[in-house]
Design a protein around this ligand. Structure first.
Ligand code: BES
Ligand code: ZN
Ligand code: ZN
Length: 478
């Protein structure tokens, strides 16, 4: 699909025109004229559909002013970028049958309107259909944004493509994304985008002391990989490190999950997927910040060589870990990822992981847990998430709970007790950050959606791509 900017609707034509409507049917930009041209029947018709202009509502009616059909989308009382992204997502989903689409949503008077509309529309049309024998791809060839700022529009489109990449990787069945395969995807992407990349194979993983990644990989037949990508733009002075949990399938290991608990565990690499999506966008936009992306990739399986509850390994930073529950594996691979990140002394480390069921219990499916080493680091990422339209909520890295992780025979054990599981996971990770500025995003909830919702589509959401991009941009600007 091509996204273009046009100055106004004069002489424009197409298959579908998308128009904004505020609460109580207050017509948004461009709607007044179209409504006048449509005639008296319209109000009664919209009454029948119960269409008032609430957020989430939409109504399709016969065409006017050169367009085959018109779609009204509700923006509620006051539109902000979040509302606009969501409305554009609804429009995108409704528009899949139409080839040539135009909208004045981009004329809603808020900062970044064209960005939000391009982003939402593209992602609303997202489909994972590569395994369908009869796929029905979106027919939309052109989206014209009235009155759009071209740069904003392109930004929205490029970030959306990064989110779509992450969704594709998350939605891919585990059998199709073995660590070697994902490493190949990262290598190909790096070649195209001019990123430096190093891929450590199973022998190098052992030699480099990535003991957590190795321990988790022992039960798997498919070998693990550690992938490190670097974006090094000329003139950059600040530096970021992203660490993404890349468990391509989490069976729980010998502390095995239930069948139901395993159903969605191909998505346990959503952190790594988000990091790849963000790197693609950051490289394409040429954001002037040094970014290192670290993604430990492995399956967590139950093969005869699998690590046993009670086993001890040594992580990259030299700390020993007693593994009492092999299903708490994300923190083990992140231990090495974070240890490696620290070695470059970046200004800020952000890890992204589908880490704990406990975080979902605390915050539900739509909000990520955010943990920070200090208020400044946390506030930086919170601000980026707000700008990106992704919901996060800060939880404490409570030092009083650290003793829950005390082991009598190793430096630390990998599980606490029944309570505060998202916090003990964060406390575990903190042991590998060398007290550098660090933020941990537990995306166990929002990485996957149960159904379509605005620009979110059922399945992998690509959550955190947009936040990581916004964070890099904020760092470049300040
Ligand atoms: N990948 C899971 C966390 C998860 C669960 C993500 C459900 C998304 C949906 C993680 O590896 C895990 O199994 N965590 C355990 C930790 C426990 C054993 C301390 C959990 O949350 O139950
Ligand atoms: Zn697990
Ligand atoms: Zn896991």
């Amino acid at each position: 699909m091509e996204i273009v900017a046009i100055s106004d609707l004069q002489g424009a034509s197409g298959d579908l025109l998308v128009l904004p409507v505020f609460q109580d049917r207050v017509w948004g930009p461009g709607a007044e004229e179209a409504v006048a041209a449509m005639g008296d029947w319209l109000e009664g018709y919209l009454d029948g559909l119960d269409f008032t202009g609430k957020v989430g509502q939409s109504a399709a009616v016969p065409g006017s002013n050169g367009f085959g059909r018109v779609l009204f989308v509700g923006l509620g009382n006051e539109a902000d970028a979040d509302v606009l992204r969501s409305a554009a997502g609804i429009a995108g989903r409704a528009a899949v049958r139409y080839e040539k689409v135009a909208t004045t949503l981009s004329q809603v008077e808020i900062d970044g309107a064209a960005d939000a509309v391009a982003y939402g529309f593209v992602l609303g049309q997202y489909k994972f259909d590569k395994y369908l024998s009869k796929p029905k791809p979106a027919k939309t060839r052109e989206l014209a944004l009235v009155g759009a700022d071209g740069d904003e529009m392109d930004h929205g489109r490029i970030v959306a493509a990064g989110v779509a990449l992450a969704r594709d990787l998350v939605n891919e069945p585990a059998g199709g994304k073995k660590p070697e395969v994902l490493a190949e995807v990262a290598t190909e992407m790096s070649r195209e985008l001019g990123l430096e990349i190093t891929v450590y194979d199973e022998t190098e993983i052992e030699a480099e002391g990535f003991g957590g990644l190795r321990a988790v990989s022992l039960g798997a037949t498919n070998p693990a990989r550690m992938v490190v990508m670097k974006h090094r733009p000329a003139g950059a002075t600040k530096s970021l490190a992203f660490v993404g949990k890349g468990i391509v399938f989490d069976s729980g290991g010998l502390s095995i999950k239930t069948a139901a608990g395993m159903e969605t565990m191909k998505t346990d690499m959503s952190g790594a997927a988000a990091v790849y999506g963000a790197m693609k966008v950051i490289a394409e936009l040429g954001v002037p910040v040094n970014v290192t992306a670290i993604t430990p990739l492995t399956e967590n399986m139950t093969g005869g060589a699998a690590q046993r509850p009670g086993d001890i390994f040594t992580a990259r930073n030299g700390k020993t870990v007693e593994v009492l529950n092999t299903d708490a594996e994300g923190r083990l691979v992140l231990a090495d990822g974070l240890s490696l990140a620290v070695e470059d002394e970046p200004d800020l480390i952000v890890d992204v992981a589908t880490l704990t069921g406990a975080c979902m219990v605390a915050l539900g499916k739509k909000i990520a847990g955010l943990f920070g080493s200090d208020d400044d680091a946390a506030a930086q990422v919170e601000a980026a998430a707000r700008r990106a339209g992704e919901k996060v909520w800060r939880l404490p890295v409570e030092k009083e709970y650290r003793s829950k992780l005390d082991s009598p025979i190793a430096d630390i054990k990998n599980i606490g007790d029944r309570f505060g599981g998202a916090i003990t996971a964060a406390l575990f990770l903190a042991e590998f950050t060398d007290e550098r500025p660090w933020v941990h995003l537990d995306i166990a909830g929002p990485a996957r959606a149960e159904g379509d919702d605005g620009y979110i589509t059922k399945g992998g959401t690509g959550f955190a791509v947009s936040t990581l991009v916004a964070l890099a941009e904020d760092m470049a600007a300040n």
